[in-house]
Design a protein. Structure first.
Lengths: 577, 89
């Protein structure tokens, strides 16, 4: 057992079965989360390695401010080479493990190698007494909720968990990494969903990571003004945006607005609006709280947004949590499934098996569109999710995501970029979002830079996407949740007080830009080129909305994103969408 | 003439225009006047019953309106601001 506490980095070698701790470089203090993961992967991971082989790295990196008292600052980045896209991937997740790692002084965990016996399972335990690898064969194949229930019997009540379900163990390309939330039962309902990082974790034989920061207090800032800033920010947020529908009731209540904007994809994106908007609207979930219980909560300690829902069934029992807009869209409307209750069942199944709800919803819709299942067949969809866990041929294809099932079915309408399924926010009305999908190293990822501005001139859309990508790279490195809606000036103010030194506008923008450049460089070395920045044909050919919108941006114009624009005030003052 | 400020996400029907001058004397008639010029705008702000949509906030000269105050009078120099709630994933 390796024993050391401070600002440090944990290295795990799953081939040699060793754990080592090293000092965290002071030069990296403003790196965290996504930017830290990108740097480590660019420096240490062969971009041409097999994503499911021993040379890929799994990076678990909390944000810079995780573990501090800054509001809603505990998010964790999961990074690696993606088996879904073949490029660099970062998936950002809430829950408590991120801040618990930081409270113990661990800025990052880097896992390399893989066990000689692919059937073995291991766990990493991180506590105030040190870090150790332990056997976990008894938990092999367990679904996430059953796993956590069993772990809760042997670990302390203050332990948080990072885990994979059977999909990750089967190394399916849509596999997610789960984190437990703040509830007493520690639901594994927070997922680093995109890009198949659960498969990377599975390829390392790692079933779970247990982090016990016990009752260690928050990390102390150098300048005590940090506390006053946090209080002021909290007060302003709760009085303002905290009163808005979205933070009050969660992203699921964004369904109606998205539908109005023709970005609530229906039946494999053949339409931008759904006739089932009323029964899929998150307000129906909110209305269910009165009779069934459940309600809104925060997914991580210290979160002031509280946008996560706890959803109960008709008998008043817990069903699922974090039933969000993207899930209601991709597993609901996009599959022609009309009832939020059926989507809740599907969401629970995805969380149990450990697959990304966006990728899985897109895959199911392609299967339906190709005649494999009727649109709207919710029971059929649930059966298929069970097949993922069973490892049937169809289940594996769905679990491998949209492109895999699209190829298997030889289907023409497969909306992916760099192999990753498009999320709900549609690029046909939202050109700047489309620029992000085309150019982000992540593939089609709305969290990489979402701009919701229909009718925007195309040149401005490129600029807006770049600003949004820089902003989101910084936020996903900071530990802040994007839903807190901090801007760059606010992030640098928090950084400055935490470390007791000014962080300039130039420095914070450079942090974001460098993260993007590291990611783009990794992908270039992995063989990505211009052809990987193209929107699929179905987005160019299938019109939506009354004005028959299609994706028609010139790739040459889109490629201007790679040249940094002169920073403008909007870059520092804008907030994530 | 009063002006209507359109939030970025509702500029689809207005072809990207952010500020539109209208001839109108209430907040509601301002929205209707924008609709005449740019069809598709009204349904983003008002539901089929003519009520303010849940995710929309309306302001006049920076002062927030109550949700049932869509018929508030406006003067020729007033500015009606439409604000959309934050989105998410």
């Amino acid at each position: 057992m390796t024993n050391s506490i401070g600002d440090q980095l944990i290295r795990v070698d799953m081939t040699e079965h060793t754990v080592s701790i090293e000092a965290y470089p002071d030069a990296w203090k403003l790196l965290g989360g996504r930017a830290l993961s990108a740097k480590i992967l660019l420096d240490e991971c062969d971009p041409n390695c097999d994503p499911l082989g021993p040379d890929n790295l799994l990076v678990l990196a909390p944000g810079v401010l995780a573990g501090s008292t800054a509001p809603t600052s505990g998010r964790l980045s999961v990074g690696g080479k993606s088996p879904l896209t073949g490029g660099i991937k970062e998936a950002n997740v809430g829950g408590n493990p991120g801040q618990d790692l930081m409270k113990l002084g661990y800025r990052c965990i880097v896992v390399k190698g893989q066990p000689a016996d692919p059937e073995r399972r291991y766990a990493l335990e991180v506590t105030g007494d040190g870090v150790q690898l332990v056997d976990a064969d008894e938990h092999k194949g367990k679904w996430n909720y059953a796993l956590i229930e069993d772990l809760a019997k042997t670990y302390s009540k203050t332990t948080s968990f990072i885990s994979i379900g059977p999909a990750g163990e089967m190394r399916l390309k849509g596999a997610s990494v789960a984190c437990t939330d703040t509830e007493k039962d520690r639901h594994p309902a927070r997922h680093a969903g995109r890009g198949g990082l659960g498969a990377v974790m599975g390829s390392k034989g790692l079933k779970y990571v247990a982090v016990d920061a016990a009752r260690i207090p928050g990390r102390k800032p150098v300048d005590k003004g940090f506390y006053a800033l946090g209080k002021k920010y909290t007060k302003t947020y709760i009085a303002g945006p905290g009163q808005e529908p979205f933070p009050k009731w969660g992203t699921s209540t964004g369904v109606e607005e998205a539908n109005q904007l023709y970005t609530f994809p229906h039946k494999n994106r053949t339409e931008g609006r759904s006739p089932d908007v009323y029964t899929l609207d998150g307000m129906r979930i909110v209305e269910s709280f009165e009779e069934r219980g459940g309600g809104m909560h925060n997914c991580m300690t210290g979160c002031i947004v509280r946008c996560s829902n706890i959803v109960h069934d008709a008998e008043g029992n817990y069903k699922t949590s974090a039933l969000e807009f993207e899930t209601l869209t991709l597993l609901g409307s996009n599959c022609g499934i009309a009832s939020w209750e059926d989507v809740a069942d599907l969401d629970r199944l995805c969380d149990e098996i450990g697959v990304d709800t966006i990728e899985t919803g897109a895959a199911l819709a392609i299967y339906m569109d190709s005649g494999g299942l009727e649109f709207g067949d919710a029971e059929g969809a649930k059966r298929i999710l069970h097949e993922i866990a069973e490892g049937t041929e169809l289940g594996r294809a769905i679990g491998d995501g949209a492109l895999a099932i699209g190829r298997k079915r030889k289907h023409h309408r497969v909306a992916t970029v760099k192999g990753q399924a498009l999320p709900a926010w549609d690029p046909r009305p939202l050109k700047a979002a489309g620029v992000t999908y085309c150019t982000s190293a992540m593939g089609a990822d709305h969290t990489a830079g979402l701009v919701i501005e229909p009718g925007q001139p195309y040149e401005e859309a490129v600029r807006a996407s770049q600003d949004s990508q820089i902003l989101n790279a910084v936020i996903d490195s900071s530990g802040f949740c994007q839903f807190l809606m901090t801007n760059l000036d606010e992030v640098r103010e928090f950084y400055g007080l935490f470390y007791g030194e000014e962080v300039t506008r130039e420095q914070i923008a450079d942090l974001g830009w460098q993260c993007l450049e590291d990611e783009w460089e990794f992908n270039r070395r992995a063989g990505f080129g211009k052809d990987d920045d193209l929107m699929p044909d179905c987005m160019k050919q299938d019109p939506i909305g009354p004005t028959k919108l299609v994706w028609d941006m010139d790739p040459e114009l889109v490629s201007r994103i790679y040249t940094r624009f002169e920073p403008r005030d909007e870059l520092f003052e804008s907030r994530p969408s | 003439m009063p002006k209507v400020e359109v939030p970025p996400r509702y500029r689809g029907p207005t072809n990207g225009l952010a500020v539109i001058e209208v001839e109108a004397d209430t907040v509601r008639s301002c929205i209707e006047a924008v609709e005449v010029q740019y069809p598709g705008f009204r349904e983003l702000v008002l539901d089929p019953e003519g009520n303010q949509r849940r995710y929309v906030r309306l302001f006049v000269n920076g002062e927030a309106l109550e949700r049932d105050a869509v018929d508030t009078p406006v003067a020729a120099t007033d500015c009606v601001q439409v604000l959309a709630a934050a989105a998410g994933g």
